[in-house]
Design a protein around this ligand. Structure first.
Ligand code: ADP
Length: 321
């Protein structure tokens, strides 16, 4: 059994990271292990910025977005020397295992640390992008999707009043999951994602005929940031269609907010399972949810394989638009 572990949040923050941290700390202590909290992700690990936590250290945080441990992006950790320092800081305190809550990049970092320094790591997928291979859910994705839906509902009201085209840009540099899920559930006419090619001329022609035939009062387009800028797309569409167009960029609002029930429950279960696994000797895995069940995925697979958008959702979004 591992007697001392540490936990960190890293990379882009996501709602539910706190609920996961809380579950890790309380499960570890209930299981008889000590647990250190590392501030500011890998940067804090390299700088030895950590403290021992108790059950009360995580009181009153399950409902909060962001992360009480802080997060950062660390250039130093990207070097082998930085990772050696990080591992040394863990060894000096007798820390035998590490839980990393973060996105794709953070899990890559965890894999490097395991590979080069033989650190026992268990990952938890903390990212609003829902882009980790081997699982169909990541902590924070549900809250972010609900924040976007709220914005879409408001945009639809005003777009409908004016017969405008509304273009909404949502997060997702490499993954169109947020755009797809919110576009589909928000009833968007078009969803533009980095994984799929699109032709603005074709879209403009279709919108023109929809307006001419009075089929639609307005058109909503959801675009993932990796598929183009809403502002540029808006200018080009207005130019091509002659229809008044308004672009909105939702930005960092998507990362914040009190986590939804789903994010709280899943972050808690995942945090608990990951901790039980780590203290009982398991490592090099990422805990996630697939088809509603908790699964563990090999860490190397999670960071080297690319998750695809669900083709059934792509088809359905088009069929129902
Ligand atoms: P996210 O985890 O949200 O995808 P980043 O991609 O910014 O966020 O990654 C967070 C941190 O993880 C980086 O600042 C860096 O310290 C570390 N990291 C990312 N990619 C690697 C990598 N290939 N090797 C080592 N460390 C990495």
């Amino acid at each position: 059994m591992r007697k001392t572990i540490a936990v960190m949040t890293s990379g882009g923050d996501s709602p539910g990271m706190n609920a996961a941290t809380r579950a890790v700390v309380r499960t570890a202590i209930s299981g008889g292990a000590r647990v250190f909290g590392i501030y500011n992700g890998y940067q804090g690990l390299v700088e030895n910025d950590m403290f021992e936590m108790n059950k009360r250290s995580v009181s009153d945080i399950i409902q909060r977005g962001g992360t009480i441990l802080g997060t950062a992006r660390s250039q130093e950790f990207m070097t082998p020397e930085g990772r050696a320092k990080a591992a040394e800081n863990l060894r000096e305190r007798g820390i035998e295992g590490l839980i990393v809550i973060g996105g794709d990049g953070s899990l890559r970092g965890a894999q490097q640390l395991a590979d080069e320094q033989n650190v026992a790591v268990v990952g938890l997928p903390g990212t609003i992008d829902n882009d980790i291979w081997g699982m169909d859910y990541t902590i924070g994705s549900d809250t972010a999707a609900n924040t976007i839906i709220d914005a879409i509902n408001k945009l639809r009201d005003t777009a409908s009043a004016h017969r405008r085209i509304a273009v909404l840009e949502v997060m997702g540099r490499h993954s169109g999951w947020l755009a797809l899920i919110t576009g589909m559930s928000g009833g968007a006419e078009y969803i533009l994602v980095p994984e799929e090619l699109y032709d603005l001329n074709e879209i403009a022609a279709e919108i023109r005929s929809m307006y001419e035939e009075n089929q639609k009062r307005y058109v909503l387009i959801v675009v993932a940031e990796g598929a183009g800028s809403a502002i540029e797309i808006g200018i080009r569409l207005e130019d091509k269609t002659g229809i008044e167009t308004r672009a909105s960029v939702l930005g960092h609002i998507q990362r914040g907010g009190s986590p939804t029930v789903m994010d709280r429950v899943r972050a808690s279960s995942l945090g608990e399972q990951a901790t039980l696994a780590l203290i009982s000797g398991v490592s090099n895995v990422v805990y996630g949810v697939q088809h509603g069940r908790i699964v563990n995925v090999n860490l190397y697979d999670a960071v080297t394989k690319k998750k695809q958008l669900d083709p059934e959702y792509i088809r359905m979004a088009k069929a129902l638009a």
